[in-house]
Unconditional design. Structure first.
Length: 134
């Protein structure tokens, strides 16, 4: 079995072949899906995985309604599941969130979330898949 932390590196052509056009634009080209696109995520217990490499990213138990139109979480499933970097595009300073395993752009994290972390991981739904818990 492969360690979930093993880095996944693929060519641009491989990513294009694997991902939908929108998932490619968001995860590989740092795009953003339209707000409200994925408000139909299941409400049952489960895990949100990276659409690129399948790494577990967020638990349904940490998801909450932020009112932004994007899936929001107050923490990742594991601190090492995601990475962050400064994002200074669009004349703003934000903190980008990416998958630690394949570097897929997931969204941004903001300091206006609920306790216990006070963080809002505002994710693109197209960057994740959902696996219900048995």
């Amino acid at each position: 079995m492969t360690d979930n932390r093993d880095k996944v590196v693929k060519s641009d052509a491989e990513w294009r072949a694997q991902l939908s056009d929108l998932a490619y634009k968001v995860t590989r080209k740092h795009g953003t899906e339209r707000a409200g696109t994925h408000d139909d995520f299941p409400k049952q217990p489960g895990i949100f995985h990276c659409v690129g490499c399948g790494a577990p990213l967020f638990d349904q138990a940490q998801k909450y309604e932020s009112g932004t139109g994007w899936p929001s979480f107050w923490a990742p499933i594991d601190e090492e599941a995601v990475g962050t970097r400064d994002d200074r595009t669009l004349f703003m300073r934000r903190t980008e969130v990416h998958c630690a395993r394949c570097e897929a752009h997931l969204g941004h994290v903001f300091p206006d979330g609920p306790q216990p972390t006070g963080l809002r991981y505002c994710m693109n739904g197209v960057a994740m898949t959902f696996e219900p818990k048995d």
